[in-house]
Write a protein that binds this ligand. Structure first.
Ligand SMILES: C[S@@+](CC[C@H](N)C(=O)[O-])C[C@H]1O[C@@H](n2cnc3c(N)ncnc32)[C@H](O)[C@@H]1O
Ligand code: SF4
Length: 348
């Protein structure tokens, strides 16, 4: 088991990177909507102006186009299909698309802010079509979560949503996994021990901690919210507190311990990203924007092709994709600490 994990997580990515070609099938991340119902301080998805929104709306892939894409992804035997946004629950065909993928036997995952899961009927639909539901919960303090998420009552609704998911999976004997994702920002009040206790009481399967980072996320941007040295101190303190709970954690923590160290180094000196090697972009992950543009990851800004013109499977092995992988090696993307921090060997 450990050897297999080591092989999959480290050996394969290492060879992929050095050969410049993928040796295993990727997880494909569909950003199915750029729109959002929350107003997070560290994410720009809700900040788009009217013109951008109109343009994006007009260009979004339709349900049928997504189904055609899923036909291709099934034939290509991708590892997993991940739905995100913006807020993916704002697209009413989310469940239809996930169910379509599931019928092919493709494992499904959704990243949601959970704000709409308080509606039992939606929690039920979600639990039935997703193998993994990742819900963002940024702490245990309702006020801090709501400030962070920009909408009063967000915490309460999201927690109710997790309870609803639990109820459905118990009642219908579903194997759906519930994962909670917390971003760690200078604005949130984060007590890791209390967080762990809350998630235990909510019967959550695993936890992901993401220290905030900055950069592109598809057609939008992420921010760190760091304004001064005090913010960095606060962030580092929170990260140190998280590191203390690893030994006692009763729920698996998906964030590699090493990536928390990387985050601390990054806050001290963001230019250290130039020393990273990215083993993820264009190998383990393919990211498809709402208009069908294919990227090697969430941060890269030049597309490798568009699924309206070519099949994903062709794009993934095209000359253009090879060029993009070479350019990532030279860090023309600017580098980022997020994805590779979860998968890397950090080379100093
Ligand atoms: C872009 S959101 C999309 C899905 C959904 N709207 C949500 O919030 O869960 C995916 C994840 O990115 C996280 N995120 C947003 N801005 C971030 C940032 N600046 N740094 C790190 N994570 C961030 C969110 O908290 C969320 O868990
Ligand atoms: S992090 Fe998620 S919930 Fe928050 S604004 Fe961005 S997309 Fe919306």
């Amino acid at each position: 088991m450990v050897i297999r994990k080591f092989y999959k997580k480290l050996v394969v990515p290492f060879f992929e990177y050095h050969l410049g070609r993928p040796l295993h099938k990727p997880t494909v991340y569909l950003r199915i909507t750029p729109f959002c119902n929350l107003r997070c301080l560290i994410c720009d998805d809700w900040r788009a102006d009217r013109h951008k929104i109109r343009r994006q709306k007009k260009n979004m892939l339709t349900t049928q186009e997504y189904k055609d894409l899923i036909d291709d992804l099934a034939e290509f035997k991708i590892q997993r299909l991940q739905f995100g946004g913006g807020e993916p629950m704002l697209r009413p065909d989310l469940y239809e698309l996930a169910s379509y993928a599931k019928d092919y036997g493709i494992p499904t995952r959704v990243l949601t802010n959970g704000y709409l899961l308080y509606k039992k009927v939606l929690a039920q639909k979600m639990a039935r079509v997703m193998d993994e539901v990742w819900v963002s919960v940024d702490g245990t303090d309702p006020r801090s979560h709501d400030i962070e998420r920009g909408v009063p009552g967000a915490f309460e609704r999201t927690i109710q949503g997790i309870k609803n998911l639990n109820e459905v999976r118990k009642k219908e004997k579903l194997d759906t996994k519930i994962v909670v994702a917390a971003h760690i920002s200078p604005m949130n009040i984060f007590n890791p021990r209390k967080y762990m206790e809350l998630m235990e009481s909510l019967n959550v399967d695993s936890i992901l901690f993401t220290p905030v980072y900055t950069g592109h996320y598809g057609q939008t941007n992420f921010r760190t919210g760091i304004k001064n040295q005090n913010d960095i101190k606060r962030l580092n303190k929170m990260i140190d507190r998280i590191r203390l709970i690893y030994d006692k954690a009763k729920i698996p923590i998906q964030t590699y311990y090493i990536s928390l160290n990387v985050a601390k180094e990054y806050y001290k000196n963001p230019s250290i990203i130039k020393d990273f090697k990215c083993y993820v972009g264009g190998y383990g992950l393919g990211f498809i924007e709402t208009n069908g543009d294919v990227y090697p990851c969430t941060a890269y800004t030049r597309p490798m092709g568009n699924v309206r013109e070519k099949k994903f499977s062709e794009i993934w092995h095209s000359d253009k994709a090879r060029e993009v992988r070479k350019s990532i090696k030279k860090l023309h993307c600017g580098g980022c600490f997020h994805l590779q921090a979860q998968k890397i060997i950090y080379i100093t």
